[in-house]
Design a protein around this ligand. Structure first.
Ligand SMILES: [Cu+2]
Length: 280
């Protein structure tokens, strides 16, 4: 029985490792400039963890095999362990994980801590139970003032102040439209609970927290239509919080950004229908 268990542990270990090698279930294509760095960092982490996992499971199988129930019925001996060995593997583990964290920090900082490049296209994304409200500043490139008493879920979901001139041309809708090959800065907000902005192809996830305006910036290098989901279980109808991110050629985006709200929505819907989701 002991031998069988040891072999089962080794077989499961090898099968789990092989699943990563065949890459059948893997990430969708990365479409951001920072995407390859995130993927590289992920690969380094998974190789390091994979080696530790395989070594630990092979060792476990070996112990099960060696100390299986045998005919001589010898009593087991008790060991207090080996302090030197414990100190060594604790230090080695700490060094490995701190190094991984430091290496990953560089990519993280470029995305979240550094300011967006000057001239980045700014778009505000306000999440609520259970919808996405994406606001574009309109031709004047100024976001109009918003205030809580003006919020009306049906007609004014972000609470645009109707007397403010800057908000007259603001467009609010459920779809995120951005230009290709140009830096984009998202200003992420939430009206109620914590939501999470996630387009897998962008290679980042970001919480939207009530009371905060969280900024992230990135550059997308591939035109297309992608799914945008809320990745935080935010309530009963959380599953309904999905929409699309449409990445347009720069000329198409610029033309759209100059349009009045009604025209913008019609053109955006037309463009949205003309792109297909990527197949995996
Ligand atoms: Cu949500």
């Amino acid at each position: 029985m002991g031998r069988l268990l040891a072999v089962a542990i080794w077989v499961i270990t090898i099968a789990s490792v092989l699943m990563f090698f065949n890459k059948r279930w893997w990430f969708p294509e990365a479409i951001t400039d920072h995407g390859p760095s995130v993927d590289r960092q992920f690969l380094i982490t998974i190789i390091v963890c994979g080696i530790a996992f395989a070594a630990a499971q092979i060792g476990l199988g070996w112990v099960v095999w060696k100390y299986r129930d045998s005919a001589d019925k010898a009593r087991a001996t008790y060991s207090h362990g080996n302090n030197r060995l414990e100190v060594v593997w604790t230090i080695v583990t700490a060094i490995v994980f701190i190094s991984l964290a430091v290496m990953g920090q560089r990519v993280w900082a470029a995305l979240h801590l550094n300011p967006a490049p000057a001239g980045a296209t700014q778009i505000e994304v306000t999440a609520q139970q259970f919808a996405w409200n994406v606001r574009y500043p309109g031709p004047d490139k100024i976001f109009g003032r918003t205030d809580v008493p003006y919020i009306d879920d049906a007609t004014n979901p972000v609470g645009l102040v109707d007397t403010d001139a800057g908000g007259k041309d603001d467009v609010v809708g459920p779809t995120l439209v951005i230009p290709v090959n140009r830096p984009v800065e998202l200003i992420l907000k939430s009206k109620d609970v914590t939501h999470n902005f996630w387009v897998p192809q962008l290679r980042f996830k970001q919480d939207l927290v009530p009371g905060m305006a969280i900024r992230v910036h990135f550059t997308v290098n591939k035109v297309g239509k992608y799914e945008l989901a809320c990745a935080e279980l935010c309530g009963m109808n959380h599953f309904k919080m999905k929409t699309f991110m449409l990445v347009l050629p720069q000329a198409d985006f610029d033309a759209l950004a100059q349009m009045a709200p009604a025209q913008f929505q019609d053109k955006k819907n037309e463009l949205l229908n003309s792109y297909q989701l990527p197949q995996y």
